[in-house]
Structures are given as structure tokens and as C-alpha cells.
Write a protein that binds this ligand. Structure first.
Ligand SMILES: Cc1cc2nc3c(=O)[nH]c(=O)nc-3n(C[C@H](O)[C@H](O)[C@H](O)COP(=O)(O)OP(=O)(O)OC[C@H]3O[C@@H](n4cnc5c(N)ncnc54)[C@H](O)[C@@H]3O)c2cc1C
Length: 189
């Protein structure tokens, strides 16, 4: 299965300067974080992270003068100790780096905060070991090697979405709808 992630949904009572909609923080050791996700399967020591500032390109997602952020830290699946205290610790650490890199304060402007991680993926979606993205993108699980959109057990049962062909992500999931509709038409058209 794919890894999980630690997500933060943050509302700020001010606008940020010098940012773009998608920001990737590769300011820590990628190899160490990669090993912690895939090999040792442990909480990261100094994680890389992604920040989406959607209010920069869409003024309907935050009130005037405010900013809407989503922060994402990739983490391993099946992690124990996914507590609010641990999540707060990671948020503080990445926001400290964020502030240093962008030269502005953020932590004192937070007016909304929600987090989501391994235990939520398990509880809300019965996701195996709390993974966030379903089947991993390995060669033998790609394209024609993925589970078929046609059930091999029940006639007239079809599947669509990221777990079947062609694969994960929003564009492939949409294509999956097109693929399965053609298959259905072959039988019922
Ligand atoms: C944190 C995160 C970041 C991502 N970032 C990107 C990105 O930047 N770009 C990208 O392309 N993709 C991204 N993805 C992947 C992308 O979101 C998914 O591949 C895509 O949304 C899958 O679409 P889907 O329709 O197959 O499934 P989903 O969007 O998961 O839809 C399945 C729906 O079925 C509902 N459901 C489940 N069980 C039942 C039931 N029994 N009865 C009724 N309804 C049910 C669920 O509630 C859900 O609404 C990301 C995913 C995550 C988790």
C-alpha cells in the first residue's frame, strides 16, 4: 500500500507574503525522511513537507484579509502514538521552518486548526494501516496490472476510481469513469 500522511488545515487572520499556491519544503534530508517512510516506518525526525495556499488563487476559500493553508507531511503507515500532542509538536516544528524560510510569523496568526492522520484514515475509511493513497505505485500494480474494473466474481459488477485502472490521482480517477462506462456499454449498450 501507499504511505500515509499528517495533514493540517489552518486558517490565518492575515495575508502571507512571497508565497505561491503550491510550496514544497525540501529543506531537510530527503534520504532520511524517505527511509523513515518506507524502511524503518517510524515518525520522521525532520520531515519534508508540502504547503498549499489555495486562498492565493481562490478568494472564496478564506475571508478577506485571511489565508487558508493545507500542510502535508508524508509519513509511514501503521504508526503508533498518533496523538494530538505529537501532531502539535510536528506542526510547531514545520511552522518554525516555514517562518524562518519565508521571513514572517505564522503561528501567532492561527485562528483555525484541524489535523488529520493515520488514525483518522483508519477510523473514517477503514483504510489498511491508515494509508492515505490506496495501492502503491509499483510497476506490478500499474495500468493493466491493477485490479480490473470488471469484477471477476460477480457478473455485471463494475468498479471505478483510484483502486482500479488506470490508477491513483484525480485525473486517472476521472479517466477510470470513462473506461468503466465503455465497458458497461459493451455489455448493455
Ligand atoms: C492527502 C491527499 C492528497 C492528495 N493529493 C493529490 C494531488 O495533489 N493530485 C492528485 O491528482 N491526487 C491527489 N490525491 C489522490 C486523489 O485524491 C485520489 O486518487 C482521488 O480522489 C480518488 O478518487 P476516487 O473517486 O477513486 O475516490 P474518492 O475521492 O476517495 O471517493 C470515494 C467516495 O466514496 C465514498 N464511500 C466510501 N465507501 C462508501 C460506501 N460504502 N457507501 C457510499 N459511499 C462510500 C467516500 O466517502 C468518498 O466520497 C491525494 C489524496 C490524498 C488523501
Amino acid at each position: 500500500m501507499a504511505p500515509s500522511c499528517l495533514l493540517y488545515y489552518i486558517g490565518l487572520n492575515k495575508k502571507l507574503k512571497g508565497l505561491v499556491h503550491h510550496c514544497l519544503f525540501f529543506d531537510a534530508d530527503f534520504d532520511v525522511h524517505g527511509k523513515e517512510i518506507y524502511k524503518t516506518k517510524s515518525w520522521p525526525t525532520d520531515p519534508l513537507f508540502y504547503v498549499s495556499v489555495s486562498s492565493l488563487t481562490d478568494n472564496t476559500v478564506a475571508p478577506e484579509g485571511c489565508e487558508n493553508l493545507v500542510l502535508l507531511i508524508p509519513v509511514a503507515t501503521g504508526l503508533e502514538g498518533d496523538t494530538e500532542a505529537l501532531r502539535d509538536k510536528y506542526l510547531d516544528r514545520i511552522l518554525e521552518r516555514f517562518e524562518k524560510k519565508t521571513g514572517q510569523s505564522v503561528r501567532d496568526a492561527i485562528i483555525y486548526k484541524k489535523s488529520y492522520s493515520v488514525s483518522n484514515f483508519t477510523e473514517d475509511y477503514n483504510s489498511f494501516k491508515g494509508n492515505a493513497y490506496g495501492l502503491a505505485n509499483t510497476l506490478m500494480q500499474t495500468a493493466i496490472f491493477r485490479p480490473s474494473c470488471r469484477s471477476i466474481k460477480i457478473k455485471n459488477l463494475f468498479y471505478t476510481g483510484q483502486l482500479t485502472v488506470p490508477g491513483p490521482g484525480v485525473p486517472p480517477s476521472l479517466i477510470s469513469g470513462e473506461v468503466v462506462s465503455k465497458e458497461v456499454l459493451k455489455d448493455f449498450g
